[in-house]
Design a binder for this molecule. Structure first.
Ligand SMILES: [Fe+2]
Length: 422
């Protein structure tokens, strides 16, 4: 399969299209309509239009297709019942798989095409929402035979058949608020990010009740994913004032509420604030891109089978250390975290301590060695990791370019838990 992110022409255009150097031309900010709060699917009287009212006005044919997985199916069934009560015909497809393999996307699209919905509801974590986005493309555009070619410069023209609503059951991917989806090519064992302005969902329902049963390790991994989105989204030169507002607030919320949600999954306030933080982080990086946390996290995580959020989260300190020689934007992160210091250097050192302290509270190891990867195995995949990291589209949005040699050094620092001091 050919991937759009290997095309040198597209690669060179993307960072330019969003960089601050030409930002004066035009900037878009896209967001779904957000429904925020517990008990979002209640049928009791509400003073304002309910979710059912919103769906009813948007769907002339009233045909709702749910994309979910075995874990989140119970939430999809709950939402489906509410819509059936309003006269919708519904269909639940519950075979979404972790990492959204492309074969699974095709199976979902075939079912979707048979059912002919005018609303698609993705109920689940990031892989479920990403599966729904990619299947939606194939449903609307059967002429698109190669998902690896769906990129931000295409004009897809979706929504002629259906809209998309996302009901996340984890707080981290932010996919409910982004134009991206990360698929998995099982043949090449590569992550395949697709992105297009049409892929922003129309509606996102942020109900903390759906996240209460997440186990602690998933809470930590997904929460660190959100933190990586916010940190990179703020640090990339493609950021702007609106995305910064989203990202900086998300960072503050994550530092405050992620440890609480990790310690006590039933802490409703912490779950709600993490859900909001995750979506805000999504709106931050989703308008432009992540950077090295994801470029490197994808490479290592894909090759060693590490959870996405954990692998990208573990790169946060190393990426920030690498950015530091070209930008002082980290000082804005210090501001929102109320990190004092007489000099930028001291404040940065304190910020690194806070990040490592957060890792400690979440029982996240500080290095890939501590995670249990053998040195020989890590070194044996070095060439592939460097290649994948340098080819990853997120790497192109780094505030500081990366050479092959620097990529190797960053990877070895992250393996040993050493500071990136070059
Ligand atoms: Fe991510």
């Amino acid at each position: 399969m050919a991937y759009w992110f290997q095309d040198p022409g597209i690669k060179s255009l993307l960072p330019l299209a969003t960089s601050t150097s030409i930002k004066g031309l035009v900037t878009f900010f896209n967001s779904p309509a957000l429904v925020i709060g517990a008990n979002s699917l209640a049928e009791a009287f509400m003073p304002q239009p309910s979710i059912v009212d919103i769906f009813t006005t948007r769907c002339e044919r009233k045909r709702a297709f749910f994309v979910t997985d075995e874990f989140s199916e119970r939430f999809a069934r709950k939402a489906s019942k509410v819509l059936e009560g309003a006269g919708f015909a519904t269909c639940i497809w519950n075979r979404a798989l972790p990492e959204a393999p492309i074969d699974s996307v095709r199976e979902c699209a075939a079912e979707m095409t048979r059912f002919e919905p005018d609303m698609i509801l993705a109920v689940g974590g990031g892989s479920v929402i990403d599966t729904a986005k990619a299947a939606w493309v194939l449903y609307e555009r059967p002429d698109v035979t190669d998902l690896g070619q769906v990129h931000p410069l295409n004009l897809l023209g979706l929504r002629k058949k259906a809209g998309l609503a996302a009901i996340p059951t984890t707080s981290g991917t932010g996919s409910e608020c982004t134009m991206a989806a990360v698929l998995h090519d099982t043949e090449t064992r590569r992550k395949v990010p697709i992105a297009n302005g049409d892929l922003f969902p129309d509606i996102a329902i942020l109900d903390p009740e759906f996240t209460m049963s997440m186990p602690p390790t998933l809470t930590a991994g997904t929460g660190l994913d959100a933190l990586a989105h916010a940190v990179d989204g703020v640090m990339t030169p493609a950021s702007n004032d609106i995305t910064d507002a989203m990202g900086l607030r998300a960072i503050r919320l994550i530092f405050r509420y992620l440890p609480r949600a990790y310690r006590n999954g039933k802490d409703r306030e912490a779950r709600l604030r993490m859900h909001i933080a995750s979506s805000m982080a999504g709106m931050c990086f989703g308008q432009n891109s992540c950077a090295l946390t994801h470029g490197f996290g994808h490479a290592v995580g894909g090759l060693f089978g590490i959870h996405h959020g954990l692998s990208v989260g573990m790169f946060i300190p190393y990426a920030m250390q690498y950015y530091r020689s070209v930008t002082e934007k980290y000082l804005e992160i210090c501001d929102v975290l109320a990190i004092p210091g007489r000099s930028p250097e001291r404040r940065f050192a304190s910020l690194m301590k806070r990040v490592k302290g957060l890792f400690g509270e979440l029982d996240v190891p500080p290095s890939f060695r501590a995670l249990g990867i053998e040195r020989a195995a890590f070194e044996a995949r070095m060439e592939e990791m460097v290649l994948f990291a340098l080819e990853d589209i997120d790497t192109f949005f780094s505030p500081r370019p990366v050479t092959r040699e620097q990529a190797e050094r960053i990877l070895r620092c992250a393996y040993d838990g050493r500071d990136v001091d070059f």
